[in-house]
Design a protein around this ligand. Structure first.
Ligand code: PEP
Ligand code: MN
Length: 338
């Protein structure tokens, strides 16, 4: 850690901080500057008392980590892009661009199968659909639960599409992992660390959505929980963050694509549906995301969005999805993907 002292700190005040660093079992190294002094404190924070509390000294300006707080998600530990194999056959993060599509919620067999067949025909490789739904209101449709998972299994069997579905609760980790080829951790649970650990331990790839008001560092650290618990199959998914804007439900932060790619070796997925909450904006956001180098898209598609049981305003139609896939082709090529 680096401890920055305020200008005009006396020797006595400096020594008091040095002594406290020693008391906390770190090794202090004083770096004297013209205007201010800095102390480098060497030690491992995992086995020691944290040094952040040194800010209780009025002569301490700030305490900063030398290294980033995340380690295993970091690009440096794995300079090449990680390619995550979904269901042992659908790679995400490599040359091949992937599209995951399907309804927000699994509602019934006809709705799911109709959608699955249509998105498969248009070129999607992974079927999305929520069986356990994290609804803001307890009076809204909460998902079909295990029955929804069974319908996803049936759709997989009939179409060959791999399946992504949300894991809401630790208690369902084993159950959901039986049906899902990717476990989705939703925005509302992005810092539910026990859930992240439970998801990691299933061994299934984990798609970690960005929390509603999560900083990128916090998101990377949440991802760190997955890899640190023995599961390297981690995907980050930007789905919009909460801002002051009211024209859109969320503000899709496309700058997350190059930032995640600089900071991490894990693939970055864009969800334009929760991203803006508006079906009419999905096409443009997908084009932007592909051009900026995203590895995959997660798109909500419904046979009749007006009658959807959740997120009707942001789901695109089956025809709309087919058109989108056509229009994305040149963007995928320009991005150097297939
Ligand atoms: C969803 O994908 O339907 C969903 C609930 O996502 P988020 O967690 O991003 O809101
Ligand atoms: Mn949704």
């Amino acid at each position: 850690m680096i401890v920055v002292l305020k200008p005009n700190t006396t020797e006595e005040e400096l020594n008091a901080v040095v002594q406290e660093i020693k008391n906390l079992k770190y090794e202090p190294h004083i770096l004297r500057g013209v205007e201010l002094n800095v102390i480098a404190a060497i030690g491992d924070e995992r086995t020691h008392h944290t040094l952040e509390t040194l800010t209780v000294f009025p002569q301490v300006e700030r305490v900063m980590p030398v290294q980033s707080r995340y380690k295993l998600v970091k690009r440096q530990v794995h300079p090449a892009n990680s390619v995550i194999q979904v269901d042992h056959r659908v790679p995400i993060g490599g040359k091949k661009f992937q599209v995951m599509a399907g309804p927000c919620s699994v509602e019934n067999e006809k709705q799911l199968l109709t959608t699955a067949l249509a998105v498969k025909k248009a070129g999607a490789t992974i079927l999305r659909g929520g069986a356990f739904k994290p609804r803001t209101s307890p009076y809204e449709f909460q998902g079909l639960g295990q029955e929804g998972l069974k319908l996803l299994a049936k759709a997989k069997q009939e179409t060959g599409l791999a399946v992504i579905t949300e894991l809401l609760s630790e208690q369902h980790a084993e159950l959901v992992a039986e049906y899902a080829d990717i476990l989705q951790i939703g925005t509302r649970n992005a810092q539910n660390f026990q859930l992240l650990i439970a998801a990691a331990k299933t061994g299934r790839p984990v798609l970690l959505k960005r929390g509603l008001s999560m900083r990128i560092e916090e998101w990377l650290l949440a991802g760190e929980y997955v890899i640190a618990n023995g599961n390297p199959n981690l995907l980050f998914c930007e789905r919009g963050i909460r801002t002051f804007e009211t024209y859109t439900r969320n503000t899709l932060d496309l700058s997350a694509i190059p930032i995640i790619q600089q900071e991490s070796h894990c693939p970055i997925v864009i969800d334009p549906s929760q991203g803006a909450g508006r079906a009419d904006l999905v096409m443009a956001m997908c084009k932007g995301a592909v051009a900026m180098g995203a590895d995959a898209l997660l798109i909500e598609v419904h046979p009749n969005p007006a009658e959807a049981w959740s997120d009707g305003a942001q789901q695109i139609t089956l025809d709309g999805f087919a058109r989108l896939m056509q229009e994305l082709k040149p963007f995928i090529a320009v991005a150097g993907r297939e």
